[in-house]
Design a protein around this ligand. Structure first.
Ligand SMILES: Cc1cc2nc3c(=O)[nH]c(=O)nc-3n(C[C@H](O)[C@H](O)[C@H](O)COP(=O)(O)OP(=O)(O)OC[C@H]3O[C@@H](n4cnc5c(N)ncnc54)[C@H](O)[C@@H]3O)c2cc1C
Length: 274
C-alpha cells in the first residue's frame, strides 16, 4: 500500500516557482465536430483540471520554503480567467502570453513560446505543468519546454519527497502503471504532475477578491524576444466524432429461470457474442 508522503523542507531558501496553466472547457463539456473542425460550443471555460494539481503543489512548496509562484498562460485574452483562478488559489503573480502570432500553434511551437516566457521571468527553480490538457490531450508540452530550457524533466510526478534549494536538488516519486518510481535530479527542473499528488484547494473568498482586482500583464512575442515566424509542424486537418452505436433493447420472456437463461444463451450465440 502506498504510504502518505510529506515534503521534507529545507527552510530559508526561497523557491522561485512557475506554473504553466491552460484555459480549457469544463470536463462535462461535449465536443462538437462540424466539417472536421472542433469546437466546444458554449461550454464554460475553466483552469485545466490537471493544472489545478500543479498550482496546488507549487503553493505547498512555497508555503514550506518561502518564495513565490507565478502562473503563466499562453492564449487569447479570455485565458486571463484561468490565470485569475490560479491567483485566487494563492499564486503571487500571473502573466498572459498573447499575440496574434501565437494562434493555431502545435505543441512544439507552444513550448518555444512558454520557454521564452519562463526565461524572461528570470532565475526559476521549478517549473510545473499538469500531465495534459483535457481538451487536446497532447501531453508533451512540459517535456518539450524542458528540452528547450535544457532542464531535466520529471514527468507523472505523484509525490515530491524532498526539495533542497541550497544543494539545488529534488527527489520525487513518479506514478507508473507498474508502480511508483523514485527519481532525483538537479534544480532547476520541469515537473508534470498527476492527480494523486494532492487535493487542490478551493480559492478563498479573499483570494477571489484579490484575483478579481488583479491587473494581469500581457507579454507579446516581442516582449519575450520571439521575433522569428512560428511555423507549426503538425496539422490536424480533420477530427471525427466516434461512430454512433445503435442499440436495441429486447426483453427475453419465458416460464422458469432455466428457460429464460437458455433463451438468453441462444440469442447470444445467434448474435455471435459467445
Ligand atoms: C484537434 C486538435 C488536435 C491537435 N493535435 C496536436 C498534435 O497531435 N500535436 C501537437 O503538437 N499539437 C496538436 N494540437 C495543438 C495543441 O493542442 C496545442 O499545441 C496545445 O497548446 C499543446 O497541446 P495540449 O494543449 O494538448 O497540451 P498538453 O501537452 O496536453 O498540456 C500539458 C500541460 O502543458 C501546459 N500547457 C499546455 N498548453 C499551454 C498553454 N497554452 N499555456 C500554458 N500552459 C500550457 C499545461 O500545464 C498542461 O497541463 C492539436 C490541437 C487540436 C485542436
Amino acid at each position: 500500500m502506498h504510504q502518505q508522503t510529506s515534503i521534507q523542507t529545507v527552510k530559508e531558501d526561497p523557491l522561485n516557482i512557475v506554473v504553466c496553466v491552460k484555459q480549457t472547457p469544463d470536463t462535462a463539456a461535449t465536443v462538437i465536430v462540424e466539417d472536421g473542425k472542433v469546437s466546444w460550443g458554449d461550454a464554460p471555460l475553466v483552469l485545466n483540471p490537471w493544472d489545478e494539481y500543479a498550482v496546488e503543489e507549487a503553493l505547498r512548496l512555497k508555503e514550506a520554503h518561502g518564495g513565490q509562484v507565478t502562473a503563466i498562460s499562453l492564449g487569447p485574452e479570455g485565458a486571463t480567467e484561468a490565470l485569475k483562478q490560479a491567483l485566487a488559489m494563492g499564486c503571487d503573480t500571473a502573466i498572459l502570453v498573447s499575440d496574434p502570432k501565437f494562434a493555431g500553434l502545435d505543441s512544439l511551437q507552444v513550448s518555444k513560446v512558454l520557454a521564452a516566457a519562463v526565461k524572461k521571468v528570470g532565475e526559476v527553480d521549478l517549473l510545473f505543468f499538469g500531465r495534459a490538457s483535457v481538451d487536446s490531450d497532447v501531453g508533451i508540452t512540459g517535456s518539450q519546454v524542458a528540452r528547450r530550457l535544457g532542464w531535466p524533466a520529471l514527468t507523472l510526478v505523484a509525490a515530491i519527497r524532498s526539495v533542497d534549494p541550497g544543494a539545488k536538488s529534488i527527489s520525487v516519486e513518479r506514478m507508473l502503471d507498474e508502480g511508483r518510481q523514485k527519481v532525483s535530479g538537479p534544480l532547476p527542473a520541469v515537473m508534470s504532475v498527476v492527480k494523486e499528488i494532492n487535493e487542490p484547494r478551493y480559492p478563498s473568498f479573499m483570494g477571489i477578491r484579490k484575483a478579481s482586482k488583479a491587473e494581469i500583464p500581457v507579454w507579446s512575442a516581442a516582449d519575450i524576444d520571439l521575433t522569428e515566424a512560428l511555423e507549426p509542424a503538425v496539422a490536424w486537418p480533420q477530427v471525427n466524432m466516434p461512430p454512433k452505436v445503435d442499440t436495441q433493447c429486447e426483453l427475453i420472456e419465458g416460464g422458469s429461470a432455466e428457460e429464460i437463461a437458455q433463451k438468453l444463451v441462444d440469442r447470444l450465440v445467434e448474435e455471435k457474442v459467445i
